[in-house]
Design a protein around this ligand. Sequence first.
Ligand code: RTP
Ligand code: MG
Length: 141
Amino acid sequence: MAIERTLSIIKPDAVAKNVIGKIYSRFEEAGLKIVAARMVQLSRAEAEGFYAVHAARPFFKDLVEFMISGPVMVTALEGEGAILKNRDLMGATDPKKADAGTIRADFADSIDANAVHGSDAAETAAVEIAYYFPALNVYSR
Ligand code: RTP
Ligand code: MG
């Protein structure tokens, strides 16, 4: 399988719970490398832009409010099949439906406060990584 990059965001609920390190350990144990990272307090405009694909959905306003409720940890991950691997580690969007042992099953409280974001395809991964990191600040290793 090809080496890919994907964007992870540890959302405000998980940052507030002080589990950044525990979530990073899941990535590392699965063979994903952290190749860029920043803690960011998103502005409303940034959160709306990031989730623009969901702008017409009924949950959009709550999603934006939640994403700006505190700092997030934005991380670029690299590894074999990184996009799908990260989605598997995350578990289902609704933590009640997430498999045992996934990040959302273990750290998320609700479908709104669901601990992590992960890119869902190669195209979105490229756009999302570029949204947060100039190419020079992503370190393949
Ligand atoms: P994410 O983009 O954050 O990684 O989450 P995802 O792919 O698993 O889910 P997505 O469909 O992209 O939805 C983005 C976020 O919107 C919230 N959501 N709420 N109430 C609802 O029915 C609902 N559906 C989605 C979730 O917080 C989800 O992470
Ligand atoms: Mg999504």
